[in-house]
Design a protein around this ligand. Sequence first.
Ligand code: ARG
Length: 245
Amino acid sequence: MKKILAAVLAAAVMCTSILALAGCGSEKKELHMATNAAFEPYEYQESGKVVGIDAEIAQAICDKLGYTLVIDDMEFDAIITAVTSGKADFGMAGMTVTEERKKSVDFTDPYTTAIQSIIVNEGETKVKTADDLSKATVGVQLGTTGDIYVSDLEGAKVERFSKGADAVLALTQKKVDAVVIDNEPAKKFVEQNKGTKILNEPFENEDYAICLKKGSELTEKFNKALKELKDDGTVKKIIDKYIKA
Ligand code: ARG
């Protein structure tokens, strides 16, 4: 009896150490995603949880690669530093691929596209076209591409807010003449703020991708997983769930 018990115990110990060595026990390795969950439909808080297109695509990638996803909510302009410092394993936040950002992080292949939109108050007379921004006070989210574009416009006065929603609030209070922000969040903000509208003006086209630490070995794995999820329709399904045509 003792011998059997000893054998069972020995076997159990061996199994655990093999599993630990292989890193494939019940505990999967965690991957931390840095995001700014104030950007519906890509990422936003719902009953204490971060949900949205990015959260679901990240979950699908982690499921495929065998990682546990942990989402860390922070200011948008803190995401790249979180990734370069290794505090987060990747950043995903409706983040546009730009040459400037590519100097500090690597990007995966894009998973979707976006376009910058201009939100104004109904009845706005000063800002009717994108060109009019150069004589206006424009609200943006700090550190976003909207911030970069408007900052480059000669004559425009830029008001930077830590959240897009705060920029839109300032618009409704007539503290700014317009807000420049990505098209899908812009639609949500207009839905939520009566008396505002989106100008029908073509602006910058952008690609959204996931950023990782320069040289990270995860980038290739992410690209492979992303390709499979695009090919089998998962990415489209997730996007369609949040963005109704
Ligand atoms: N696409 C823009 C950028 O990359 C805005 C992204 C803002 N995202 C957010 N989660 N707040 O700069």
